[in-house]
Design a binder for this molecule. Structure first.
Ligand code: SF4
Length: 711
């Protein structure tokens, strides 16, 4: 068959949690594109979430398959020269096994750490968690998803007994009556999802956007609330206060389906509107208007993202928005509820199957004896041999070179993406041994003793779980280049070298079948989901338990909580929360607030997207967004280099002067390394429940920078 007529392979984008459907069509070699990727991205309109639409990242995703930056040979650091040099796979794998083994033997099993990523498929996340606990016997495993949505996950589980990003399909957003979107710039992070908000408004629904910046998403809103960074908790409490004061609570729903209202109401009533106006900077009439829009609609939703979540009080902040939904009867009902817009490609599945420090597959708890017994039986090990919960992501990185002497890292680039990044980089440099599996030489991989080149999304099959809890199948469309192996092959080869010949297959479907058994009966039950079903149905929502043959197949669960919440008694829990300041408030020395985030053309640490020419041209480097009043006060002109300094370090980038941001706040995107690295500045203060760092707010000072800081 001519390649141009060959059917496209149905798959999904390698980047964000929307997991847009796309097709990959083979390109005939030697027919005008001899050096091309071998596939081209085509629309897949039948996939319901994005209906063919892709953002620039998805559209150009195939370019990285043939990027000159691609690693195609293992690299091993030469002790004589200190440089990374090509090596055979046997040499590299032997060196990794030796480095991990030696650290464990000399300093104890917990001296070996494992760090994963929210972009790994379910199969890889599962295999990585099993590898850490069964082969290495270490409790020290966590992943960068901790930085992404763990506060929402903790609040979700606390209130509803279960965490799934959206407990309803994204399409429901277009049909509800009012959406409060808190701390999300969908227009830049997930452009194809914006159409649900457009449809919402076309259908007569109202949109309220909460963001300290007037983003492209905020421009679509009926009401834009721009709180001071770090005050979303006070805002939610102020709205709940007004709901009570104006008699807009749903007492019938509260009595029938919830517990703990009296305490939560008392906590909210301490946040009277004028006080909330002083804390947040949002005028009382706007607070009242928001309550009217939210309560006048027959159904309403609150959707949160990184804004309220990446705070040292993120769990309570999300909890306050959930309380607002519960008090107004906007949860556990058709077209109403609370949801979290998960960020990373497999941020949802990655947190369900065991690469998180406190979890076992199926969203089971590592400290639950019954869960340990179940998973140990699937893994054919003694439950008592499984380690307990380990450190959270930042705490793990902070312990490198101290109690943790060796690290295996997959699918993450913490030198750019971790908070207080200069310190994290220094900790990574102090390790006895670092092995990194990646597709390119990321800033973290460049520090490794061994770098293992691994396959990309189009070169291997595997499942991801999108922000709706819909389990999807990415299919292999072409072979990896010679010299490259899959992550599952790497884990299998390392396990064999470390004495475990069996239990780590390279076939993703075999791994998924084991994952299904390990998840069976757990909160995130995948046991009724198979590759064949996903392919036939274009995704299956968990939980989806395997039913007896005579009962047929479980249909999956697109909508959660309609009959009951997932708590033992089926009732949702209000949690009383009160406002408190950010971990670091502005003062005389550091008088301005910094908030960080993303831009349209880059993804996460930029390790992939910075290497795609079109994306790099669209967003070539960092910038500091600041209000004209602040710029004038500091004598900084648009485009001039500005230095931003916090208690953790100094960064410099060109000024972008705009009235779309609060005068007391500056914004920096975090996708770049070097002098403009935003995370040099960010505060690693942790939420006490989720252990999520406070990326979204810290205190800084600004000045015109010396030209030399551009280097
Ligand atoms: Fe990929 Fe997300 Fe863009 Fe969709 S919105 S194409 S999943 S990066």
């Amino acid at each position: 068959m001519n390649a141009a007529n060959a059917p496209a392979v149905d798959t999904h984008c390698p980047y964000c949690a929307l997991q847009c459907g796309m097709g990959l069509r083979p390109v005939e070699r030697g027919s005008g594109a001899p050096d091309g990727p071998g596939v081209t991205v085509v629309e897949r309109t039948a996939f319901p979430v994005n209906r063919g639409a892709l953002c620039g990242k998805g559209r150009t995703a195939a370019e990285l398959l043939v990027s000159g930056a691609r690693l195609t040979s293992p690299l091993v650091r030469d002790p004589a020269t200190g440089e990374l040099a090509p090596a055979t796979w046997d040499e590299a794998l032997d060196r990794v096994a030796d480095g991990l083994r030696r650290a464990g033997a000399e300093h104890g099993r917990d001296a070996v750490g494992v760090f994963g990523g929210g972009g790994l498929t379910n199969e890889k996340a599962y295999a990585l968690g099993k590898f850490a606990r069964v082969v290495l016997g270490t409790s020290q495993i966590d992943y960068n998803g901790r930085f992404c949505m763990s506060s929402a996950a903790a609040a979700h589980a606390r209130a509803f007994g279960l965490d799934r990003g959206l407990p309803f399909p994204l399409a429901d957003v277009a049909r509800t009556g009012c959406v409060i979107l808190v701390g999300s710039n969908l227009a830049e992070t997930m452009p194809p999802a914006l159409r649900y908000l457009t449809e919402l408004r076309e259908n007569g629904g109202r949109l309220i956007v909460v963001d300290p910046r007037r983003t492209r998403t905020a421009e679509q809103a009926d009401l834009h609330l721009a709180p001071r960074p770090g005050t979303d908790l006070a805002l939610a409490l102020g709205l709940l206060h007004l709901v009570v004061a104006e008699g807009r609570t749903d007492e019938e729903f509260i009595a029938a389906r919830t517990d703990g209202w009296d305490e939560a109401r008392a906590a909210a009533m301490a946040h009277w509107p004028e006080m909330v106006e002083r804390i947040t900077g949002i005028p009382v009439p706007d607070l009242r208007a928001a309550v009217r829009m939210f309560c006048d609609a027959e159904s309403s939703m609150v959707l949160t993202a990184r804004g309220p979540e990446q705070q040292a009080k993120g769990t309570d902040t999300v909890g306050a928005w959930i309380n607002l939904c519960l008090a107004t009867g906007r949860a556990g009902r058709e077209l109403s509820g609370y949801g979290c817009l998960t960020g990373q490609g497999n941020g949802q599945g990655g947190r369900e199957h065991g690469q998180k420090a406190d979890q076992l597959p199926g969203y089971r708890k590592l400290d639950d004896p019954a869960a340990r017994r179940h998973v140990a039986q699937v893994w054919d090990v003694d439950p008592d041999a499984l380690p307990g919960p380990g450190r959270s992501a930042y705490e793990l990185l902070d312990a490198l070179g101290g109690e943790i002497r060796a690290l295996l890292l997959m699918g993450s680039n913490p030198v750019v993406s971790a908070p207080r990044a200069a310190h994290v980089e220094e900790r990574i440099r102090s390790l006895d041994f670092l092995a990194v599996a990646d597709v390119v030489l990321s800033e973290t991989a460049a520090l490794a003793d061994v770098v293992l080149p691994v396959a990309q999304w189009a070169e291997e099959t595997g499942t991801t779980t999108n922000l709706e809890g819909r389990v999807l199948l990415r299919r292999r469309a072409l072979d990896p280049p010679p010299g490259v192996r899959t992550d599952l092959e790497v884990l299998g080869a390392l396990a064999a070298r470390l004495g475990r010949e069996k239990g780590f297959p390279a076939d993703p479907e075999e791994v998924f079948d084991e994952l299904r058994r390990a998840s069976a009966g757990g909160p995130a039950d995948y046991s009724g989901i198979t590759y064949r079903r996903i392919a036939a149905e274009d995704g299956v929502f968990w939980p989806c338990p395997e039913l007896p043959e005579e009962a047929g197949a479980h249909p999956g669960t697109p909508r959660l909580f309609l009959e009951r919440f997932a708590t033992p008694d089926g009732r949702a829990r209000f949690v009383p929360v009160v406002h408190r300041p950010a971990a670091e408030e502005p003062d005389e020395a550091y008088p301005v607030l910094l908030t960080t985030g993303r831009v349209l053309a880059q993804y996460q640490s930029g390790a992939q997207t910075r290497r795609v020419a079109e994306l790099n041209a669209a967003a070539p480097g960092p910038f500091v967004e600041l209000h004209p009043h602040l710029a004038e006060r500091l004598g900084i002109a648009d485009g001039e280099l500005v230095a931003v300094e916090s208690r953790r370090g100094r960064a410099a980038a060109p000024a972008r002067v705009t009235a779309a941001i609060r005068p007391d706040t500056v914004f920096m995107p975090f996708h770049w390394p070097g002098p403009g690295r935003a995370n040099t500045l960010t505060n690693p203060a942790l939420d006490p429940t989720s252990r999520m760092p406070e990326f979204k707010v810290c205190a800084v000072r600004l000045e015109r920078a010396q030209q030399v800081e551009r280097a």
